[in-house]
Design a protein around this ligand. Structure first.
Ligand code: ADP
Ligand code: MG
Length: 394
């Protein structure tokens, strides 16, 4: 028998003991911060959680920190920002613990429970909103979003379809192209395509023109991506991408500046807001492009400039395309839209990230900071948007 529901509370990290609000203060919305997860971006997600745990306004929100182990187990974890930071290249990881988290079982309630081995479930209070700080498959791709929709639990960010489309570079490109948004030419390699017909695939890729970028269709943080300048390197690049996803895309290399824009959803009926654009410059040419090491381990070799030094007219086009891209996939909450600006000032959309890097040093919060919205205020804004969101079909 589950035990009776305790009063709305915060709880001691990692424990199953509910603790009542001692000071009689008004009940705050209870936020479930969800991070880690099954994807290759597990550690990046933990680092994001560290940033949010440090900045979230505790006077306004109660926080429940829930980590997902690489194997997919949901556990109640330490609510300590330091535990979840990347320090000296050491990547944080959620490990299994005694308190497994059970979501509400239906739309009838919002009660969370924890389950330790050989015990009955223990209620640890309601949750009002989930902040899925998950990057990559099984988190940013609509799977977790679908689970939350099934039980009418509100959450920050894109819904099922937009998450799935944003995650899958193949379908993302199809959706953007269908709405007249410029993208780089590409081809798709489905599982077995290359093994069955290496010569034919190589020919098609050669016709795209080298260099090409070979990417897992559904990954992020540059994991599994190679720049291929010689056809001899193609089989290894495809094999590397396939380590992350059996579906691979091969895309024409674009010569251009890397510009990003942050988009923030609005309340229903209003257009999303778009930040000032920022620019990424990888100064250490050893990286070749903006790869995983440059993003997280060798940040000294990357310059992030915001606002990007671009003509006013180009900035206007970049921002317009960012907005159209957000709306093209039916996105909600937040997204970062990344584009290339070529020497002749063409703007080509590279991708949309529905859960962009979100540490205080990441581009998304920095672009909002530059546009007048601080990191803590951004977190607050996202939570308020999610709390006001309609349930069911939107
Ligand atoms: N078509 C391309 N032309 C030039 N550079 C590219 C291209 N595609 C990817 N890159 C480089 O690789 C990086 C990661 O690729 P991206 O598609 O953004 O994947 P991820 O989702 O892993 O961030 C980009 O930031 C850019 O530096
Ligand atoms: Mg990217």
């Amino acid at each position: 028998m589950p035990q009776p529901q305790p009063p709305r509370t915060s709880h001691a990290a990692g424990s199953t003991e509910p603790v009542g609000p001692a000071d009689g203060s008004p009940v705050r919305p209870r936020v479930l911060l969800l991070f880690g997860g099954r994807s290759g971006e597990h550690a990046v997600s933990c680092a994001t959680a560290g940033g949010v745990l440090r900045a979230i306004d505790r006077a306004k929100y109660d926080v429940v920190a829930v980590g997902i182990t690489p194997a997919g187990q949901w556990v109640l974890v330490e609510d300590d920002p330091d535990r979840w930071s990347i320090v000296d290249g050491r990547l944080p990881e959620v490990t299994d613990g005694p308190a497994h988290v059970l979501l509400p079982q239906s739309t009838a309630g919002r009660g969370l429970q924890v389950l330790a081995p050989d015990t009955v479930p223990v209620a640890i209070g309601d949750v009002d909103v989930v902040f899925p700080l998950l990057h990559g498959p099984f988190g940013e791709d609509g799977t977790v979003q679908g689970m939350l929709d099934l039980i009418d639990l509100r959450y920050v960010g894109a819904g099922v379809l937009a998450s799935a489309v944003g995650m899958d570079k193949h379908f993302m490109k199809l959706v953007l192209a269908a709405q007249g948004i410029p993208i780089a030419p590409f081809m798709v390699l489905r599982p077995g395509d290359f093994a069955r017909n290496p010569a034919g695939c190589t020919q098609t890729i050669e016709a795209l023109g080298l260099p090409v970028f070979v990417k897992p269709a559904r990954a992020g943080s540059s994991l599994g991506i190679s720049k291929v300048s010689s056809l001899d390197d193609l089989p290894a690049a495809i094999a590397e991408a396939q380590r992350h996803d059996p579906k691979v895309i091969v895309e024409v290399g674009v010569v251009g500046r890397e510009i990003e824009c942050a988009v923030l959803g609005s309340v229903e009926g209003e257009r999303p807001r778009v930040s000032q654009p920022g620019e990424i410059v990888v100064t250490n040419s050893e990286h070749g492009f903006y790869d995983f090491e440059a993003k997280y381990l060798d940040e000294a070799s990357v310059e992030l400039t915001c606002p990007a030094d671009l003509p006013v007219e180009v900035i206007a086009r970049v921002r317009d395309l960012a907005l159209r891209t957000f709306e093209a996939i039916g996105c909600e909450g937040l997204a970062r839209v990344d584009v290339f600006v070529t020497a002749d000032q063409q703007v080509i959309v590279n991708e949309i990230n529905t859960m962009p890097g979100f540490t205080p040093f990441s581009m998304y919060p920095r672009m909002w900071q530059e546009s007048g919205l601080s990191y803590p205020d951004l977190i607050d804004e996202l939570l308020q948007l999610a709390l006001s969101r309609r349930l069911g079909l939107r």
